[in-house]
Design a protein around this ligand. Structure first.
Ligand SMILES: Cc1ncc(COP(=O)(O)O)c(C=O)c1O
Length: 356
């Protein structure tokens, strides 16, 4: 199977498995796991922040960040397609007691401008809206096809938010992809932000875990919330050992995933009924519209599965994500499989004969 459903599906590499087997461990709830401590120190260093905390998942990292930077009743401003709003099963309402105020990017790209954000801010918290407590930015933006917010834009939004006394959290599940795509560092992509969550278990290929980075005080508070939420994982160095390899080694190869995504996008762009803007494929996510095929995303994904390719379908769109377990040959096979699926479609052949 060529599994393009997500970059979360990667299996740990041999090097990760060896490191996990040999990991030095201790009780991380006591702060005594040397491998977790090393992962946290390296993460803080790489992001240019004071401290870091190893957490079970991206969702846990995001939710702790929301919790420790807001008060119940606050609003959190977020782009409407973001993961925190759409895919964290309403956690912010429960854990932090906040309301999400989704905003749309004016140009539809998902990359917010200050003009998109400012009208949604409320600082008096008495009349129409409750008080804005936090701005969350997602980079890369998953549902917008892995689009990248530049370091400059991110810094500008962060400065403006800070001028209004609003802290900024970055859901950087794929921030290393963003940095590689813009030939810069993750520290540059997230400078001045108050907290960043990044996933070890997505493009970086580790089996489990995310890291939350921020100030010493923020991480101290986050540590308490991690425990409260059941995320004190004891001998978690077994997992952190794989995370360390992911952190140090995997960013070096992300450009291969980006090149594969581009080849995939170019390959499928010519298939009748598929709509995709190749220029928007900046990282490892390819989202295309299949409305013109006359078939549903579910039907196409089922047919692709028969041919050994797994993809995610939602409404009239299909998402394919490249990662370290997908080769260039797999991408070429995927293009052929999709072409076969769609050109064998009764609806497409009807359309073609009608056009002819
Ligand atoms: C942008 C983004 N943020 C956060 C997450 C959550 O990560 P996890 O699945 O580890 O909870 C995901 C997962 O797909 C994601 O795509």
């Amino acid at each position: 199977m060529i599994d393009l459903r997500s970059d979360t599906v990667t299996k740990p590499t041999e090097a990760m498995r060896r490191a996990m087997a040999a990991a030095e461990v201790g009780d991380d709830v006591y702060g005594e796991d040397p491998t977790v401590n090393l992962l946290q120190e390296r993460s803080a260093e790489i992001f240019g922040k004071e401290a870091a905390l190893f957490v079970a998942s991206g969702t846990m990292g995001n939710q702790i960040a929301v919790k420790v930077q807001t008060r119940p009743g606050d609003e959190v401003i977020i782009e409407e397609r973001c993961h925190i709003f759409n895919y964290e099963v309403g956690a912010s309402a429960i854990t932090a007691g906040v309301t999400i105020r989704p905003v749309r990017s004016g140009d539809g790209s998902g990359i917010l401008t200050w003009d998109d954000i400012e009208p949604a801010i409320s600082t008096d918290g008495i009349y129409d809206h409750t008080q804005t407590g936090l701005l969350c930015l997602e980079n890369t933006l998953n549902l917008a096809g892995g689009r990248v917010m530049s370091a400059e834009r991110c810094a500008e939004l962060t400065e403006n938010a800070h001028a209004r006394h609003i802290p900024v959290h970055i859901d950087g599940a794929r921030i290393f992809n963003a940095a590689v795509a813009h030939s810069t560092t993750v520290a540059d992509m997230t400078k001045q932000s108050d907290s960043v969550q990044f996933c070890l278990s997505k493009g970086l290929g580790a089996p489990v875990g995310s890291v939350l980075v921020g100030s010493r005080d923020l991480i101290k508070e986050a540590r308490i919330w991690r425990k409260r939420l059941g995320g004190g994982m004891r001998q978690a160095g077994i997992l952190a050992a794989a995370g360390l390899i992911a952190l140090e080694e995997s960013p070096k190869r992300l450009h291969e995933d980006h090149a594969n995504a581009r080849v995939l996008a170019e390959g499928i762009a010519g298939i009748p009924g598929i709509a995709i803007d190749i220029e928007t494929v900046e990282t490892n996510i390819v989202i295309f519209d299949i409305a013109g095929t006359g078939r549903t995303a579910g039907e196409i994904c089922d047919a692709l599965k028969e041919k050994g390719v797994l993809a995610s379908g939602f409404k009239s769109r299909i998402r394919m994500v490249t990662h370290l377990d997908v080769s260039r040959a797999d991408i070429e096979r995927t293009v052929v499989a999709l072409d076969q699926v769609l050109t064998q479609s009764p609806t497409m052949s009807d359309n073609r004969s009608a056009a002819a």
